[in-house]
Design a protein around this ligand. Structure first.
Ligand SMILES: [Zn+2]
Length: 431
């Protein structure tokens, strides 16, 4: 609905941020018990909505005890996959919203099949509060609306356009992730200085490439207080290079388009779940099973995300936040696992660990073909000798067995033009 030219839903979400962001800033430091209490209240509402209003759950006839409610009740719900939802799409939508005009979050998905989830009314406002809170996890820099930030993502200039632009309303200073090179470095540095931004956001790969260039040219940017990465896997060797150079908090964020759970690293390097937003479980394969605490239109309960986590050994953190620690990191997508010559499935973390041993490699991309052979693409920090490449192949064969590896040195590992992202490991084998 438009009111005097203003979209009322956007306005309501803007007001939601103003009213609720301070509350979210406070609740991260609540005691674990108090956060659990808050989470249980929201969980109960969502599960009641599912049982009373959502045809898929109504027909399951689940016996949920809402009188003596605890999180154990969640376990009575089945795990649902994207395929199950796709097949029964309308029966996952609350009867209250049938035939209503809904707004959606869409995802193309790695399978290429589009998938969309209706957004609850305040979805954008809630998402933004979580983002702002994550951007503020460094005690030395608190983000608030309209503070400038550099955005090294979500911008792909057309031919002939400069590799930068400014969104004055949001005070976002965009730099193209496609044009980070020696030729543009001066322009990028000047633009960053002019913005006076203290927050630098980008894909792990775009911040990594910028860092390499700054290092090579011995340029420091002390104005930047916080680095924020999201949307790609933060590879160990990216993280190491970035942290060594900047020596400031690097906040990495995990979330999905379906908006079920969001998780970020705090200034002490631990991943914290936003417990007011969603619940994380790990299944026996360490796949993230996510429950949204906000979506009352299409409750996503125990939703199989296809993302594989690295389990956390340490569940406490010195930052004093009461937010739980659900995992130690993200390993990759469940459907991007590699297959060994004897058909054993290999978690991609093994490959990342192997590649960490080769600092002369700037970036890599591995594509496993349907016959299990590997196409390896390498860009170089320093010239890669044949012997060096042979050693990389040997390391990979140690993990993947006797598969054929074809290596090629390229100028740069290209970003996907549609997603803007770089996917380091891909498999064409569909399990
Ligand atoms: Zn922490």
């Amino acid at each position: 609905m438009q009111l005097a030219g203003i979209n009322t839903r956007n306005l309501a979400n803007g007001l939601y941020i103003v009213n609720n962001y301070p509350k979210y800033l406070a609740s991260q430091y609540f005691s674990t018990e108090k956060i659990k209490e808050l989470q249980l209240r929201k969980l109960k509402f969502i599960l009641q909505t599912a049982i009373n209003e959502v045809p898929f759950y109504k027909t399951l006839n689940l016996k949920i005890d809402f009188n003596n409610f605890s999180e154990i009740e969640l376990q009575k719900f089945p795990i649902v996959t994207k395929a199950i939802i796709r097949e029964n799409y309308n029966s996952f939508i609350s009867e209250k919203y049938v035939n209503k005009k809904l707004q959606y979050k869409s995802t193309s998905g790695s399978s290429g099949q589009p998938f969309k989830v209706p957004k609850c009314y305040y979805s954008d406002g809630i998402e933004q509060c979580m983002m702002f809170r994550a951007w503020s996890m460094n005690p030395a820099f608190k983000y608030s609306f309209h503070k400038p930030c550099i955005v090294l993502r979500s911008f792909s200039p057309k031919v002939g356009e400069p590799p930068f632009k400014v969104d004055k309303i949001l005070n976002y200073w965009y730099l193209s992730p496609f044009d980070i090179n020696q030729k543009n470095l001066g322009t990028y540095v000047q633009f960053i200085k002019k913005s006076k931004a203290q927050l630098l956001r980008g894909y792990p790969s775009s911040i990594y490439i910028l860092t390499l260039l700054l290092k090579e040219n011995n340029i420091r940017l002390p104005q930047i207080k916080t680095l924020f990465t999201s949307s790609e896997n933060l590879l160990p060797h990216y993280k190491k290079v970035i942290q060594e150079y900047w020596q400031i908090p690097l906040i990495d964020w995990y979330g999905q388009n379906e908006r079920t759970v969001t998780v970020q690293i705090c200034e002490y390097g631990n991943y914290h779940n936003n417990d007011e937003y969603g619940i994380v479980e790990l299944d026996e394969n360490n796949q993230i099973i996510a429950t949204s605490l906000n979506n009352n239109i299409m409750p996503l309960i125990r939703y199989a995300t296809n993302d594989i986590a690295i389990p956390a050994k340490n569940k406490t953190c010195s930052c004093k936040r009461g937010l739980s620690i659900p995992f130690a990191g993200i390993d990759g997508r469940a459907d991007d696992l590699l297959i060994k010559d004897d058909n054993t499935i290999i978690a991609t973390v093994n490959i990342y660990n192997a590649m960490e041993k080769f600092p002369d490699v700037k970036q890599f991309k591995i594509i496993q073909q349907t016959d299990k052979s590997i196409h390896l693409f390498l860009s170089e920090n320093t010239k890669l000798s044949q012997e060096y490449i042979c050693n990389i192949e040997k390391e990979l064969k140690q993990r993947l067995g006797n598969v054929l590896i074809t290596s090629k040195v390229v100028n740069e590992i290209e970003r996907n033009k549609n997603t803007e992202k770089i996917k380091s490991i891909e498999s064409l084998i569909k399990l």
